[in-house]
Structure formats: C-alpha cells, structure tokens
Design a protein around this ligand. Structure first.
Ligand code: T46
Length: 138
C-alpha cells in the first residue's frame, strides 16, 4: 500500500460550469476525477464552531466540494501542513489516501459534498494523529 502521498499531491479540480439565466449547472462525470466512485455523502447543518474529520484514510481517495457556503480543510501529510478553503461549487479538492484532514470554520448553511472511491469501511480510518505519523513512516 503506497503511503507516500504528501500535501503536494493535493489537487484542485475545476468542474464544468454551464451558465444560464435560470442559474448555473456543474457536472461531475466519470473522467473528471481520477478514480471510480462507489459512494457519495454530504455534510450539512454543521453548527457554528463545529469541526469534522480529524482522521486519515489508508486507502480511500475522496473529492470534496463546497456545494454551498465555505469551510476550511486543514491537511497534514505527517510532516507538512496546508489549509485549503473551499467556497466555489465548481471547484473541488482531490484528496489522496494517507492524508490527515480536519474540516473547520464552516459558514452558515455550508454543504460539503464528498465523492469517495470506496464504500464506508471503519477499518480504513486512522483516527489517532500519532498513529497516523507512525503509519506514514512505514
Ligand atoms: C471524511 C470527512 C470529510 C457512515 O455510516 N457512512 C459513511 O459513509 C460515513 C462517511 C460515515 N458514517 C458514520 C460513521 C460515524 O458513525 O457516520 C458517523 C460520522 O462519521 P465521521 O465521524 O467519520 O464523520 P466526519 O465528518 O468526521 O468524516 C467524514 C468521513 O467519515 C471522512 O471520510 O473525510 O467526512
């Protein structure tokens, strides 16, 4: 299992934006993100000051979009940290496996859509930061 991913492997991917006087439309088709997806979920009604995440995945790749509002994603690769703000519904963050993430500073009404490469599997999570750092050193 490749655990070598770093914050330099993070990518912002732009989605098509079809503008219309009736409103805009964006689409995620299979070739836009570089994995086949098996699951879609979303975070919403996040209370002010709440934080989500606080874990890494051993194998899961994900694509995160702020469908509405904004939030910050704090990312760590075991050595370096980077914060990405998501606030545009046609730009998403491609998150490789083996990256620690914390989601914070959700605006009122923010919705985080997540497209995931795998079904939900608790065994794929590393929820302890020290354990994550050890995992990255293997
Ligand atoms: C991630 C961030 C962005 C399920 O039953 N099915 C699912 O597909 C998911 C994602 C979660 N759950 C259950 C597991 C927990 O009992 O929902 C509960 C909350 O999950 P968690 O504490 O992991 O939620 P977040 O928002 O901290 O993290 C989630 C994803 O788990 C994670 O992969 O990257 O959103």
């Amino acid at each position: 299992m490749n655990t070598n991913s770093t914050i330099n492997d993070l990518q912002i991917i732009s989605l098509p934006r079809i503008e219309d006087r009736r409103g805009n439309l964006s689409v995620i088709e299979k070739d836009i993100i570089p994995f086949e997806f098996k699951r879609v979920y979303y975070l919403y009604d996040v209370p002010g000051g709440a934080e989500r995440g606080g874990h890494a995945h051993k194998n899961l790749q994900q694509f995160l979009i702020a469908l509405s509002g904004s939030f910050e994603v704090v990312l760590h690769d075991g050595k370096d940290e980077k914060t990405v703000t998501l606030n545009i519904p046609n730009k998403g963050l491609l998150l490789p496996k083996g990256i620690w993430r914390e989601l914070k500073n959700f605006s009122s009404g923010a919705v985080c859509l997540v497209i995931a490469s795998e079904v939900y599997l608790e065994d794929d999570y590393i929820r302890d930061f020290d354990e994550f750092v050890k995992f990255k050193m293997v």
